[in-house]
Design a protein around this ligand. Structure first.
Ligand code: C5P
Length: 217
């Protein structure tokens, strides 16, 4: 199944939300899964735009990469890159960002043992793409869960109005963060369910894109 001529937009990696000039809040994410998806889509002839959070990974061949740091920047870059045929939200976007960024490094104060940060919600990029006037034909999300994987993943599928969601159980050796391997369960509407892997992230990306291409045909 080919993706020739399809425009595929992928988000990958974490976002970093600055607290002060030297500190940030971020999610654990190597970006490997999203980069593997971008690589696989480009290999299958798609026109791929990869919006990448701060990661140290090389740009896959034939992929247009836009580097961002914060959730707000990722949101702006994704919206500016629409329209697309397929959106795959593989980024681990921070859910909260500091209300304000301290202009200088926050110092410890003698006798003060606590520090309170006020955080505000970031935009849910995936949910917004799924209801956008230029909604891609297929909108695919990821869910990293430690427990009740199916229940939470299906909940997100419905709530965020997605076509597919790929769930991975975190906390299992050889899958998830940092690893080159992973195992996914893909859920879709009407009770669709397909287990993929354990396999390399590249192999999983190929398999996931196959499920996607079938739905575009
Ligand atoms: O709700 P949760 O963060 O677990 O959902 C994960 C999915 O939502 C991922 O596909 C992630 O890329 C996307 N997401 C997003 N914007 C956010 C939070 C999550 O696009 N602010």
């Amino acid at each position: 199944m080919s993706l020739r001529g399809r425009r595929v937009l992928v988000s990958a990696g974490p976002t970093f939300e600055d607290i002060d000039p030297v500190r940030f809040i971020g999610n654990r994410s190597s970006g490997k899964m999203g980069f593997a998806i971008a690589e696989s889509a480009a290999r299958q002839g798609a026109d791929v735009v990869l919006v990448a959070g701060p990661v140290s990974l090389p740009t896959p061949a034939g992929v247009s990469r836009i580097d961002v740091r914060s959730a707000a920047q990722m949101h702006a870059a994704v919206m500016a890159a629409l329209p697309a045929d397929i959106y795959i939200g593989a980024a681990a976007v921070a859910d909260f960002t500091p209300l304000s960024v301290a202009p200088g490094k926050i110092k410890k104060q003698a006798g003060v043992d606590t520090l309170t940060l006020e955080l505000v919600r970031t935009p849910d990029i995936l949910a917004e793409v799924a209801v956008h006037p230029r909604r891609p034909r297929l909108v695919v999300g990821f869910a990293a869960e430690t427990d009740h994987v199916e229940q939470y993943a299906r909940g997100k599928l419905e709530k965020k109005k997605l076509d597919l969601i790929a769930a991975n159980r975190v906390g299992i050796v050889g899958s998830g963060f940092e690893s080159d391997d992973n195992a996914l369960v893909v859920y879709g509407r009407d009770g669709f369910e397909r287990a993929l892997g354990p396999a390399s992230k590249i192999e999983l990306a190929d398999n996931l894109l196959e499920l996607i291409a079938v739905r575009l045909a």
